[in-house]
Design a protein around this ligand. Structure first.
Ligand SMILES: Cc1cc2nc3c(=O)[nH]c(=O)nc-3n(C[C@H](O)[C@H](O)[C@H](O)COP(=O)(O)OP(=O)(O)OC[C@H]3O[C@@H](n4cnc5c(N)ncnc54)[C@H](O)[C@@H]3O)c2cc1C
Ligand code: SF4
Length: 451
């Protein structure tokens, strides 16, 4: 039950339309399409697409393998750098990463090579009956990981491959982190997140303890005492507040909480859906929320951002998706008041128009406007919950401070993914940091073992 919206009705959208709205947004390539698309690659030397891939996948190599009909080889090339290559193929904003950098991304060529789609083709169609990687000889070392999201899972796989034993403590009943509980439902369908976790665990040597939260069920001291190293991959657990009155009124809620229910339910018809909604924010979460609530049947959806379109962190592609869906994107407006009806439920929101002053600072104008809304979804960024951590771990800008080797300021404790300030908050970045942290832990453990 979504408590803040329980007074609202459920969707009136016809079942076929509902199914279509939440089925795969980018259907997979057929064998023939993949073969043709792979032929478009120029196999560039010092390929710009590789430089633009946060997880260092050898893109021309895997595309060449697809062209040679070696799908298993292509998938192994991808997985050797990015064991969550299947989910990254679905969720990566390729339009600002590899595909933006592709030399074929010119008007006269029509489109870049569809790298993301080819990556999906390889990872979906490869033979997974035997796990493609083997573990090194057992090192006798044990590593604890907190969080089974992309960063924690990628670290676990690499550590297991290097011969270490891994235990992951995950607060939720399922693994996957935001792959399971956050990504838009139409980007990852058919329980893909769980299937990928199963595949990854095929390496062996990884135990996941679900419903086990750092701070509630275990302490960092315990983990440190019982293991040779600890990797924190706890993501960002809490939504920023608007700091306005009535923020706890029925009708106001964090977008990620609604999306979690939307991803978890087997029956979309049970979700409460407002007739009109306001989404505050300008990133992935705001767009995903706006598009999904529209597809669930909200008639009027406004996404409101205090700066201009160019400052929005959602890509042009994502903004276009929202507009095509009929979402009204309103810029240069700051939330001022949450408006309630006579029974204390959300009825709308009042905004002040904003602008930049001569020094470039965002300031209010004397103009304002109101929007009717039965629900207000906050998508103004996530913050880390820090109270369960050791005070010796330094925090900077609200995130865990790490060095280049992903070491925190507490000896033996490493961190990666959204909970650190390194890189953008993207799945592929989290995977890369998990992999890098595993390699740092391995090096440090082996160096210590030699002494
Ligand atoms: C709504 C939304 C949509 C997004 N869409 C995209 C997208 O389309 N493309 C993209 O590239 N990126 C997207 N992102 C960002 C991407 O999901 C994250 O960057 C990525 O999941 C970060 O991985 P992580 O492992 O660091 O953290 P998470 O995925 O957040 O995983 C952290 C894990 O740690 C667990 N945990 C937290 N605290 C504790 C504790 N105390 N004890 C035990 N376990 C704990 C959590 O339950 C969770 O499983 C989106 C994010 C959001 C919020
Ligand atoms: S930049 Fe484009 S053409 Fe060149 S290797 Fe990468 S995908 Fe192929």
């Amino acid at each position: 039950m979504i408590e803040p919206l329980k007074h609202l009705g459920t969707t009136q959208v016809q079942p076929e339309k509902l199914d279509a709205g939440f089925s795969d947004i980018a259907p997979p390539l057929s064998k023939r399409q993949a073969a043709l698309e792979s032929e478009r690659c120029l196999y560039c030397y010092d390929a710009p697409c590789v430089n633009a891939c946060p997880s260092d996948i050898d893109i021309p190599e895997f595309i060449r393998q697809i062209a040679q009909d070696n799908v298993d080889g292509a998938a192994k090339t991808i997985w050797s750098e990015n064991i969550l290559g299947g989910s990254c193929a679905r969720v990566c904003p390729t339009e600002i990463l590899c595909e933006q950098a592709c030399v074929r991304n010119k008007a006269e060529e029509c489109a870049p090579v569809l790298i993301g789609q080819l990556q999906r083709y390889a990872t979906d169609n490869a033979d997974k009956s035997a796990h493609p990687f083997q573990r090194a000889q057992a090192s006798g070392k044990r590593v604890a990981i907190v969080g089974a999201g992309p960063a924690g899972l990628a670290a676990a796989h690499r550590l297991a491959m290097l011969g270490h034993d891994v235990v992951i403590h995950e607060a939720q009943p399922k693994s996957g982190g935001l792959n399971e509980y956050g990504i838009a439902r139409y980007k990852m369908t058919n329980d893909f997140a769980q299937k990928e976790v199963e595949f990854l665990l095929g390496i062996g040597g990884i135990e996941i303890v679900h419903n086990s939260a750092l701070g509630r069920d275990i302490t960092l001291d315990q983990l440190k005492n019982d293991h040779d190293a600890v990797f924190l991959a706890i993501g960002l657990g809490s939504t920023r507040t608007l700091a306005l009155g009535h923020e706890d009124a029925p009708g106001v809620m964090p977008a990620v909480d609604y999306i979690r229910e939307l991803r978890s339910t087997n029956d979309l018809n049970t979700l409460p859906v407002p007739e009109s909604a306001v989404i505050i924010g300008a990133g992935n979460t705001a767009i995903d929320m706006a598009v999904q609530i529209k597809r669930l049947g909200a008639e009027e959806v406004h996404l409101v951002y205090r700066r201009g379109e160019e400052a929005m962190s959602a890509t042009d592609h994502e903004q276009a998706l929202a507009r095509d869906e009929g979402v009204q994107i309103r810029t240069w407006a700051r939330p001022e008041t949450i408006e309630l009806d006579n029974s204390g439920k959300v009825a709308g929101m009042r905004f002040v128009r904003t602008t930049l002053d001569e020094s470039g600072k965002l300031v209010d104008t004397d103009r304002s406007f109101s929007l009717n809304a039965q629900a207000i979804f906050k998508a103004i960024g996530q913050v880390m919950i820090t109270e369960d951590l050791d005070p010796a771990i330094e925090i900077s800008g609200g995130k865990l401070l790490v060095d280049e080797q992903l070491r925190t300021t507490l000896a033996g404790v490493y961190a990666g993914g959204d909970c650190t300030g390194t890189g953008q908050d993207l799945t592929v970045e989290a995977v890369q940091q998990g992999k890098k942290a595993a390699e740092s832990i391995h090096q440090d453990l082996m160096a210590a073992g030699d002494k």
